[in-house]
Design a protein around this ligand. Structure first.
Ligand code: NAD
Length: 351
């Protein structure tokens, strides 16, 4: 498995592999770019088929974080960590502490936080061995509620505000009675579904775990859909909130939604699909723009600002999206490429 000539290698500054046989930890940390500040990005635990799949994921995800921080105007770079394993089966406290040692070895160039499969309690265990963590012991929540450090509420709120702005831009309507297909009902997807339900949207939901779906049906009146069936729902909006690449060659022809706006990272299997979506008249909210609420939260906790400042920063995601949509329409370009261009202007200039 090679790194330097890997398809997803984008002059990443550092890629580190870590193995701890005692705890069974096998992990990779990738630092994409630190021009704007130390790299920050969540740690994902996922049952990757092999290390090649994990490397692919961490290279893509860390790059996305550089673009995300730049678009959210944060003094942070892009990095990400992945742990190979099933969080429901393989995760142990000792493994999380070992992960903390790995993060510590990065010497502050990488700051970790929650991502799929990693909870606040895991970050707390990592923090026993490193101070380079975010998403724990937060001082406040964006809505004034009790904070536990989990960035997911802020991510979900940002996606919700961004989704509303996207619907307004593309469909000139609000969410009442709008059909939204939500893929993935985890930390972010479920909270997003709650926001959408509160605004009167009709929900169609899928998850690979039946208990997550059953909860949404019982609590939010959602319609359950199979993991594969979510792509065929006759919805106005598709909100991917699970893993990456759910918009791909196979699914793009099946999607009926006019707006794609969700929390997942790397939603498009490749950048070219942005043009395909534009040609099909589907408005795509660039993933790293709409899902930046969590990293914005962690940033504000680090600089000790306030709940109000955090909330208005998250709400700014809607303005950023509107700017992207206008520039995309003016130049007849796909939204993902317009967004990449703006981000690159910001983080490449510094170098
Ligand atoms: P999570 O693990 O809590 O939730 C993901 C959910 O998706 C799980 O319930 C899982 O069972 C489900 N899922 C997985 N594959 C699926 C499939 N094929 N079909 C349907 N459901 C499937 O993770 P999360 O923290 O909610 O993050 C969700 C996505 O948002 C991830 O891509 C993550 O990288 C991204 N994201 C999360 C945050 C955050 O603050 N947590 C911030 C930015 C981006």
């Amino acid at each position: 498995m090679s790194v330097f000539d890997h398809n997803e290698f984008d002059n990443h500054e550092q890629v580190s592999f870590f193995s701890d046989p005692k705890t069974g930890l096998n992990a990779i940390i990738a630092v994409h770019n630190t021009n704007l500040g130390p790299s920050l990005g969540g740690c994902r635990m996922w049952p990757y088929q092999d290390s090649a799949e994990a490397l692919n994921d961490v290279l893509r995800l860390s790059k996305g974080m550089t673009y995300k921080a730049a678009m959210a105007q944060l003094k942070l770079g892009g990095g990400k960590a992945v742990i190979l394993g099933d969080p429901r089966k393989h995760k142990t406290d000792d493994m999380m502490k070992a992960m903390g040692r790995f993060v510590e070895q990065m010497g502050g160039r990488y700051i970790t936080a929650e991502d799929s499969g990693i909870a606040v309690s895991d970050i707390r265990l990592m923090s026993e061995n490193t101070e380079h963590v975010g998403g724990v012991d937060a001082k406040y929540r964006y809505d004034g509620g009790k904070a536990d450090g989990n960035p997911a509420p802020s991510t979900a709120y940002g996606v919700f505000m961004g989704l509303k702005a996207s619907v307004d831009y593309a469909l000139k309507t609000d969410l009442k009675g709008l059909k939204v297909a939500v893929q993935g009902l985890g930390h972010v997807g479920y909270r997003l579904a709650k926001h959408l339900h509160a605004e009167g949207a009709e929900l169609f939901v899928s998850d690979i775990y039946a208990d997550n779906v059953e909860r949404a049906v019982a609590e939010l009146g959602a319609t359950a859909v199979s993991p594969d069936g979510i792509f065929d729902v006759d919805a106005d909006v598709y909100a991917p909130c699970a893993m990456g690449a759910s918009v791909n060659q196979n699914t793009i022809e099946r999607l009926k939604a006019k707006v794609i706006a969700g929390a997942a990272n790397n939603q498009l299997a490749n950048e070219h699909l942005g043009q395909v979506l534009r040609d099909k008249g589907i408005l795509y909210a660039p993933d790293y723009v709409i899902n930046a609420g969590g990293v914005i939260d962690i940033y504000h906790q680090r600089i000790l600002s306030s709940a109000q400042a955090l909330r208005s920063h998250i709400e700014g995601i809607a303005d950023t999206l509107n700017e992207i949509y206008q520039r995309a329409d003016e130049s007849s370009m796909p939204t993902n490429l317009i967004s990449n261009r703006i981000a690159e202007e910001r983080f490449k200039q510094i170098s």
